[in-house]
Design a binder for this molecule. Sequence first.
Ligand SMILES: C[S@@+](CC[C@H](N)C(=O)[O-])C[C@H]1O[C@@H](n2cnc3c(N)ncnc32)[C@H](O)[C@@H]1O
Length: 258
Amino acid sequence: MEPVAEVPAAGRGGRAGQRGRYGIDGGFAGLGVFAVIEAGLAGTVAWAVRHRRPAAAALAAVGGAAVAGSAASYLYSTGPGKRAIWTQLLDELDLRGDEHVLDVGCGRGAVLMLAARRLPAGRAVGADVWRRRDQSGNSRAAAERNAVVEGVADRVELVDADARDLPFASASFDVVVSSLAISNIRDAGGRAQALREAVRVLRPGGRLRIVDEGAERYATVLRDVGCADVAVRQLDWRTWYGLPGHHFPLVTAARPPG
Ligand SMILES: C[S@@+](CC[C@H](N)C(=O)[O-])C[C@H]1O[C@@H](n2cnc3c(N)ncnc32)[C@H](O)[C@@H]1O
């Protein structure tokens, strides 16, 4: 393991994840929808001005501003907002720095690199199938590049793996995290299997943190497999993803000691 002193400054402090490039959740399809609506509304404004319909022009302009705001919120949530939320969640874990942390469905590594910064003597392992429709530019190579530019490549490991069948020994991680990944498994049985796998690889006393659409429902599965301290809390406006009032839930749990 490289000593902390040899990690570039960006890997020890500074603003979280500011050097890497982490793509857009949901790929570019979501932004395409915003662009099409925006173009339609701009055309309506132009038409209304040409035909002297001030009320229609004003309405379309207000709609355009709302859609632009929604797109801005989406971009914020998928980028700086996500990193700010996870900076807080990882700070709350109060890591010693020598833990082994697994990120299930790490994608390009936005959360994984934040965890790796806190592990100068530990390991940050990212497992994914790297589906492009779930995140723009998603690939193992993109995550590898981010580990290098964030100065944490010495402690990051990337593994091609399906969340439902993790290739890790039982009880091999101190912390398992997952951000917006398990909900991409279409069937409830598959999502439950992924949750069981996340718990299996946690050591006794290990902690689980999942932010995901519908994560409230994960709590039942986690209780059924014997997790302790299972709790759900709604995150704040930083998880709006373009829809004011929409909040992603966080589910926290621990594997009972012994
Ligand atoms: C919206 S992206 C989120 C990526 C990353 N966790 C983040 O927050 O930036 C969802 C990720 O889940 C991954 N994923 C989807 N189904 C998966 C599965 N069955 N096993 C592992 N990863 C999966 C996708 O490849 C993608 O990287």
